[in-house]
Write a protein that binds this ligand. Structure first.
Ligand code: C2E
Ligand code: MG
Ligand code: MG
Ligand code: MG
Length: 281
């Protein structure tokens, strides 16, 4: 009894702090979205395995808070999602991504799309308008969604996905393996790509089970005509294990960190060739 009461007393301040920081983040993010100097988009190169060439980049939102400095999207994206701010945040990212995509036809630009965005029936029209406005080719755009939205089985989301695919926009399942991973969804929604979550990639080589799981994911994806990207590739060992398994595309610090727009353009420009670390190193 006494212990239970104690626990309540211990939890309250922490909860208040958490709520306060959520409110603060929400208020400050609202302000940041009214300005142009805090929110930016970084681009992390995607490297095609067979050629070793950079064939695109993933757009990742960045927020430089005036006093807190860089705030991680893992922290503010969920808050933005819970408050409706994700719609304007998502629009900022999508616009920057489309501007980049229009400048580099043939490069795939991947954009993270939150479930809230996808549940809005007007979302596809916004995407098509931005493509029109910027001149980006629809088949250069890849929307990264998570398994959760497919599980919901919402009419709106599946109709939107159908419209995207008809327009030639690609669909990738992000963080694959961390959610429900019903293999059924892969078939039913005809996704173009799975992104194998970093938690599997980071266990590769030393861990036999992870290696078997990643191999199974790649084999299954390929049997269904789906491409594979490995997230969070950090070591040459992981890279060569993935190569041996026939993974299509690599992303991670080994290849490149997320870069400023100017820096990623320099990488795209460098004859579209990112110097891969030699496996012998
Ligand atoms: P994600 O879509 O799975 O993105 C990959 C995350 O892994 C990025 O973190 C990236 O910087 C990080 N990463 C890349 N390579 C490595 C590596 O080798 N090692 C490690 N440890 N990490 C690596 P970031 O930028 O902090 O984003 C975190 C998450 O926030 C994203 O995960 C995505 O779910 C979400 N997010 C980011 N930008 C957006 C956005 O514009 N819209 C939405 N809805 N979500 C976003
Ligand atoms: Mg992603
Ligand atoms: Mg991911
Ligand atoms: Mg991930």
């Amino acid at each position: 009894k006494a212990g239970g009461r104690n626990r309540v007393v211990m939890f309250e301040p922490a909860m208040n702090e958490l709520l306060q920081s959520r409110h603060r983040i929400e208020a400050d993010l609202r302000e940041a979205l009214r300005r142009t100097d805090q929110i930016s988009v970084a681009f992390q190169p995607l490297v095609e395995g067979r050629s070793g060439r950079v064939d695109g980049a993933e757009a990742l939102v960045r927020w430089r808070h005036p006093t807190l400095g860089q705030v991680s999207p893992a922290q503010f994206v969920p808050i933005a999602e819970g408050t409706g701010l994700i719609e304007s945040l998502g629009e900022v990212v999508l616009r920057q991504a489309c501007i980049m995509g229009a400048r580099w036809p043939g490069m795939t630009i991947a954009v993270n799309i939150s479930p809230t965005q996808l549940r809005n029936p007007k979302f596809p029209d916004r995407v098509f308008a931005l493509l029109d406005e910027t001149g980006m080719r629809p088949d250069d755009l890849e929307l990264e969604i998570t398994e959760g939205i497919l599980i919901e089985d919402g009419q709106v989301a599946s109709e939107s996905l159908r419209r995207f695919r008809t327009a030639g926009i690609k669909i990738a399942l992000d963080d694959f393996g961390t959610g429900y991973s019903s293999l059924n969804y892969l078939k039913r929604y005809a996704v173009d790509r799975i992104k194998i979550d970093r938690s599997f990639v980071s266990q590769l080589a030393p861990d036999v089970a992870s290696t078997a799981i990643v191999q199974a994911m790649i084999t299954l994806a390929h049997a269904l005509g789906i491409k594979t990207t490995a997230e969070g590739v950090e070591t040459a060992e992981q890279m060569s294990a993935l190569r041996a398994m026939g993974c299509d595309t690599y992303q991670g610090y080994l290849l490149s960190a997320p870069l400023s727009p100017a820096d990623v353009e320099a990488v795209f420009n460098r004859d579209r060739n990112l110097h891969l670390h030699r496996e012998a190193r």
